[in-house]
Design a protein around this ligand. Structure first.
Ligand code: KG4
Ligand code: ZN
Length: 339
């Protein structure tokens, strides 16, 4: 089976991995997050430059860990989108250079699909039909997977903020450090999730037709902001844990309800949750509990495979190679908003 080198550089992580079939041989990630934290958000220019510096050492370390050399690599897979255009450009240029220098085929693949594909390295091959919920700071997408290499249909996505992004914004609102997601999660565990009834966007009967599987979290974030402002104006102390818990409950409820409805409608009984937001306790608990009630197996890879990494790209690359898909041309570009 071919040894596939996977390169990931869509945002702030430089990821390099080697995969053979569904076996992960090496996986190395370098992150520039520390450089962004002091700005309270990702600075694209800083991220691109960090990829440029990290690429060669990261590839070298992955090869060293695998105990092989570039000559052993049979194919190169790279995330060609979606993501930050400057970051993507560095990875795709590096992949092209390797493809040309080694005379090996190049495969430009989709980063969001990679978040689902990586689960095959952990829990084995997907059944004929799998539902994948990919949630992070950059994406919230619901994918129907008939064949991870060739037939993935996006049933819905967020119309505004991603789930992690909404958590980060609420974190800022509550005065928590960046990125706020994990802090809001922790605080939420101490609060009452039914204390405040925050809105569940796009869940009304009228949304069933056009937005059955789309998400929207920006109105929810505004509702939290308004609630906190009103509490401040009234001079009452703000019950931050209850605010966090009620907000987190609204996000989890919408994600899980829509995802499980989609599973039922498409007769799917396996759900994969990927992306860095899958670390969220409220989402995990609700998905596992409601999934069990409905007889749906919920697969969540360990967190290190949920945040951006090279293994997800190598996994998808290996699936694409195994399917005999034609390689990409050396002229491929990047697609920052790849569907
Ligand atoms: O996939 P990821 O590491 O990075 C990208 O978005 O590319 O996802 C990180 C996002 C951030 O918004 C972070 O705040 C959020 O996921 N996050 C969480 C938790 N852990 C990470 N949000 C809520 N609860 C968590 N436990
Ligand atoms: Zn991602």
């Amino acid at each position: 089976m071919e040894l596939v080198l996977g390169l990931e550089s869509t945002c702030d992580e430089t990821g390099v991995a080697l995969v053979r079939g569904r076996e992960l041989i090496a996986d190395v990630v370098a992150s520039s997050m520390d450089e962004h934290a002091r700005f309270g958000g990702i600075i694209p220019e800083v991220a691109s430059r960090a990829h440029l510096e990290a690429f060669v050492p990261t590839v070298e370390e992955a090869l060293a860990r695998a105990g092989c050399s570039l000559d052993d690599v049979d194919a190169i897979a790279v995330a060609a989108g979606p993501g930050l255009v400057g970051s993507l450009t560095v990875g795709v240029a590096a992949a092209k250079a390797l493809s040309l220098a080694l005379d090996r085929p190049l495969y430009g693949v989709n980063h969001v699909i990679g978040h689902a594909a990586v689960d095959e390295l952990v829990h084995g091959a997907f059944p004929d039909r799998t539902m994948a919920l990919v949630v992070s700071g950059g994406h919230s997408s619901l994918l129907l997977v008939d064949d991870i290499a060739t037939r993935v249909t996006e049933l819905g996505h967020t119309l505004d903020d991603a789930a992690g992004e909404a958590f980060d914004k609420v974190g800022r609102l509550l005065g928590l450090p960046y990125p706020g997601g994990p802090h809001v999660d922790r605080l939420a565990r101490e609060g009452n999730p039914t204390a405040i009834r925050f809105p569940r966007a796009l869940t009304l009967p009228k949304d069933r037709e056009r937005h059955a599987y789309d998400f929207s979290f920006s109105g929810l974030k505004t509702a939290v902001a308004r609630w906190v402002e009103a509490a401040e104006d009234s001079g009452r102390p703000i019950p931050v844990a209850d605010v966090a818990a009620s907000f987190a409950a609204a996000v989890a409820d919408v994600l899980v309800s829509k995802t499980l409805d989609a599973c039922e409608r498409h007769e799917v009984d396996t759900l994969v949750i990927g992306g860095g937001f899958s670390a969220n306790s409220q989402l995990r608990e609700l998905a596992l509990a409601r999934g069990a009630e409905r007889g749906i197996e919920v697969r969540i890879p360990p967190l290190k495979y949920c945040t951006d990494n090279g293994a997800m790209i190598a996994a998808l690359g290996a699936a694409v190679v195994a399917r005999g898909v034609a390689p990409s041309a050396l002229t491929i570009g990047v697609n920052s908003s790849m569907p």
